[in-house]
Design a protein around this ligand. Structure first.
Ligand SMILES: Nc1nc2c(ncn2[C@@H]2O[C@H](COP(=O)(O)OP(=O)(O)OP(=O)(O)O)[C@@H](O)[C@H]2O)c(=O)[nH]1
Ligand SMILES: [Mg+2]
Length: 358
C-alpha cells in the first residue's frame, strides 16, 4: 500500500516531535511555536498553502529556533493532508512520539507533557485530548458544537470500537511511531474527518487509545468548521469505517464469537422484519388476520436477533485493545530510555493554561 510511512534511520534523532498544521494562522503561529517546551526536539510546521504571512513568520522563527522545519504544500490539502505530510517528515527524522498541535493556538503547549505521558510510560499508543472530562473547559465550548460533538462521539465509538474514548474531533493528539507505521495513511480523512478517521484506522491496527482531560481554548481564531456540514458528511463515512473495522477485527484477523452473533443477529432481524411486514401488508389488504404461527415466525427471529446483536455489542465493548503495540513489539516492560521525561514541574495540571478561554 503506497502511503504507509515507515520509521527510517534518522538524519538527526528526534525523540519527541510536534507537527503543526497551519492555514491562515499568522496571528497565532508565533505564540504557538515560541511556547513549545524544550523537551521537544523537532517541530514540523506544514504550511497548507496559506494565503497570509504564516510561512514568512515561520521562516523568520527558524532563525532563532533550529528545531523548526517548514514544509510548504504547493496546493491546499486540508488539515488531514497537512498532518499526514508532517507525520511523514517526523518519521523520516526518527521521531518516536509525534504530537499534533494546531497552528491556531487552541492547544496549550503547557499540556503537552500530560498528553505524551501515557505513551512514554508504555500505557498507550495514541493519546488525545478530551474536553468533556474537563468540566471547566466545557463552559468555553459553544453549545451547538457541544451537542454535535456528543452525537458524533457516540457514532465514532461504534465505528472505531473505542468505547472508552470521547470527543473524537479533538485535534490535540500524540502517537507512537510504531503505531503510526502500521496505519494506511491513504485512508485517513484529508479534511475535518482526519481525527475521527485516525481512530477508525487505529481500531483496525489494534492500538491502545487513551483520553487525557484537556481544557478547550476558544479565542479570536476563525473557525472554518461547519457543524451542519459535519453532521451531514460524517455518518456515511463512519458506517464505512465500522464495516471495515468489524470485518478486519472480528472476521479477518480472528473469527470471534462476535462475528457469529453479528451474522446470526443480522440474518434473524432482517428475515423476521421482512416476513412480519409482508404478512402485515397482506392482512391489511385482505382483512384476514394472520395466524398465531405466522406471527410467531416474525416475532421469534426478531427477538432472538435483537438479543444476538446486543450480545455482539457487549463483546465489542470488551474487545477494546488493552496491550499496546509498542509493548507487543518490546517484550520487556520498560520505559524507553531515549524519550524525554516530563517531571512534575513541567507537566501542567488539567486546569492550567486556560488563559484564553472564552
Ligand atoms: N481550516 C483549515 N485549516 C487547516 C487547513 N490546513 C491546515 N489547517 C490547520 O489545521 C488546524 C485545524 O483547523 P481548524 O479550522 O482550526 O479546525 P478545528 O480546530 O477542528 O476547528 P475550530 O474549533 O473551529 O478551530 C489549524 O491549525 C489550521 O491552521 C485547511 O485547509 N483548512
Ligand atoms: Mg482550530
Amino acid at each position: 500500500m503506497q502511503s504507509r510511512p515507515r520509521p527510517s534511520p534518522a538524519p538527526a534523532a528526534a525523540s519527541l516531535a510536534v507537527v503543526v498544521p497551519a492555514f491562515r494562522t499568522e496571528r497565532h503561529i508565533r505564540d504557538v511555536l515560541t511556547t513549545i517546551p524544550p523537551e521537544v526536539s523537532l517541530i514540523v510546521v506544514v504550511d497548507d498553502r496559506s494565503p497570509d504571512r504564516t510561512a514568512a513568520i515561520v521562516s523568520e522563527l527558524q532563525g532563532i529556533d533550529e528545531r523548526i522545519v517548514l514544509h510548504r504544500h504547493d496546493h491546499n490539502q486540508g488539515v488531514g493532508g497537512a498532518v499526514t505530510s508532517g507525520y511523514r517528515i517526523a518519521l523520516e527524522r526518527g521521531a518516536r512520539i509525534i504530537v499534533k498541535m494546531d497552528g491556531d493556538g487552541q492547544m496549550d503547549p503547557a499540556q503537552l507533557g500530560r498528553l505524551v505521558d501515557p505513551i512514554i510510560r508504555g500505557r498507550a499508543d495514541y493519546t488525545k485530548g478530551n474536553r468533556f472530562l474537563h468540566a471547566a473547559a466545557l463552559g468555553s465550548m459553544p453549545t451547538a458544537r457541544r451537542i454535535g460533538n456528543l452525537a458524533l462521539s457516540f457514532l465514532t465509538k461504534i465505528a472505531s470500537g473505542y468505547w472508552n474514548v470521547f470527543d473524537p474531533t479533538n485535534g490535540y493528539t500524540a502517537i507512537h511511531a510504531e503505531a503510526l507505521s502500521l496505519l494506511d495513511t491513504s485512508r485517513l480523512g484529508k479534511r475535518y474527518f482526519f481525527e475521527t478517521s485516525m481512530l477508525v484506522e487505529l481500531g483496525i491496527a489494534g492500538a491502545v487509545v487513551q483520553d487525557v482531560p484537556m481544557p478547550a481554548r476558544y479565542g479570536d481564531e476563525q473557525s472554518s468548521l461547519s457543524i451542519t456540514k459535519t453532521l451531514w458528511e460524517f455518518p456515511p463515512k463512519l458506517v464505512r469505517g465500522w464495516l471495515r473495522r468489524t470485518w478486519s477485527q472480528h472476521f479477518l484477523r480472528d473469527f470471534t464469537p462476535l462475528a457469529l452473533l453479528l451474522s446470526a443477529g443480522l440474518v434473524m432481524v432482517t428475515s423476521g422484519s421482512v416476513w412480519g411486514l409482508a404478512w402485515w401488508w397482506r392482512s391489511w389488504r385482505t382483512g384476514i388476520p394472520a395466524s398465531t404461527g405466522t406471527v410467531m415466525l416474525a416475532v421469534l427471529p426478531l427477538i432472538l436477533g435483537v438479543q444476538c446483536l446486543l450480545q455482539a455489542l457487549v463483546l465489542d465493548l470488551q474487545a477494546v485493545p488493552r496491550a499496546t503495540i509498542q509493548r507487543r513489539n518490546r517484550p520487556r516492560d520498560r520505559v524507553p530510555g531515549d524519550l524525554p521525561s516530563f517531571t512534575r514541574s513541567n507537566v501542567a495540571t488539567p486546569s492550567e493554561g486556560i488563559g484564553r478561554a472564552a
